[in-house]
Write a protein that binds this ligand. Structure first.
Ligand code: ZN
Ligand code: ZN
Length: 306
């Protein structure tokens, strides 16, 4: 009996050690990626005259913590892997490889387009369904953003959208070697979206999500933060579905009016649950700050909003 317990303990210790090694490797890789992103972004921000002192403030430290939490595998070890693994096991019958027989390049393009448009609609749902907004507002709360703010996502929606990605992968049958490099390109472009850079990508503005395009989405004014939902690679979805913001100016302020960022990470985790408990199953969405069209010299009206 004691031999059995000892074997079990050794086995468990082996699993734990393997996880720790994996986390150490991932941490080194994540830190290297952060440094490689930071150097050029910091250089261009300085050249533009941007205030880089925000890298010394708490908001940046929080974003760094979110990045490491998700990118080192801690989030997976804490449960996400179990759930995603179970989804893969249970939905094995859906492994129909919809894109299986197509040329690799076509598979890549279709995969990017499909995940991109799903990203648009999931993000739009986070703004129009009050329950989801409570969790998504964690991403919108900071009054200043930086290239790591893309990681500031509450674990619940991260788990939810991650599960949809797993299902998508099962359905489409895209080999991992195919989507990994594409995800790297996406990660870089998403990092730049949150940098304090006035890049709009010129005539590609309506096609690629730029820092100017996404910064408007972080405005405190609801007329603006309910626009420009595209948040992966392509901005075309906002133009197709009538939510593109015609203005390319800087928003007056960033954040969520009346909801300053929680000062601690635990506060950010429990905040959405507290707000939902306080206001019932259907919490309030923030109200629009003003009536569009009339008082706005730059006509920042929306093309349409449903
Ligand atoms: Zn949003
Ligand atoms: Zn954002």
């Amino acid at each position: 009996m004691s031999d059995l317990i000892l074997t079990w303990l050794v086995h468990q210790a082996g699993i734990l050690a393997a996880h720790l090694v994996q986390i150490a490797v991932n941490t080194a890789r994540a830190l290297l990626t952060i440094v490689l992103l930071f150097i050029p972004i910091w250089y261009f921000e300085r050249r533009q005259g941007s205030d880089t002192s925000r890298y010394g403030r708490r908001s940046f430290a929080h974003d760094l913590a979110y990045t490491l939490f998700y990118d080192t595998g801690v989030f997976r070890v804490l449960g996400a892997s179990l759930i995603w693994g179970a989804v893969q096991d249970q939905l094995g019958f859906m492994r129909i490889g919809l894109l299986g027989d197509l040329p690799i390049l076509v598979v890549g393009v279709l995969y990017v387009l499909i995940t991109d448009v799903i990203g648009y609609w999931s993000h739009r749902a986070e703004h129009s369904i009050p329950f989801l907004w409570q969790f998504h507002s964690v991403h919108h709360a900071p009054e200043e953003i930086n290239f790591l703010t893309s990681a500031r996502v509450h674990p619940l929606p991260r788990l939810m959208w991650g599960t949809i990605d797993v299902i998508l992968l099962i359905l489409l049958g895209v080999p991992p070697t195919m989507w990994f490099p594409l995800m790297l390109v996406q990660s870089f472009l998403i990092a730049v979206q949150h940098a304090d850079l006035d890049w709009s990508y010129g005539r590609f503005y309506p096609i690629l999500v730029s820092p100017v395009f996404h910064r408007m989405h972080h405005s405190t004014d609801r007329r603006d933060f309910d626009t420009n939902y595209s948040n992966k690679l392509f901005g075309i979805w906002d133009y197709l579905f009538g939510t593109a913001n015609p203005s390319r100016t800087r928003p007056i302020a960033l954040g969520v009016e009346g909801q300053p960022p929680e000062p601690t990470l635990m506060g950010q985790f429990w905040g959405p649950f507290r707000r939902i408990a306080r206001s019932g199953i259907v919490p309030e969405l923030p109200a629009s700050s003003a009536t569009p069209h009339q008082d706005d010299p730059q006509d920042r009206s929306l093309v349409a909003r449903s």
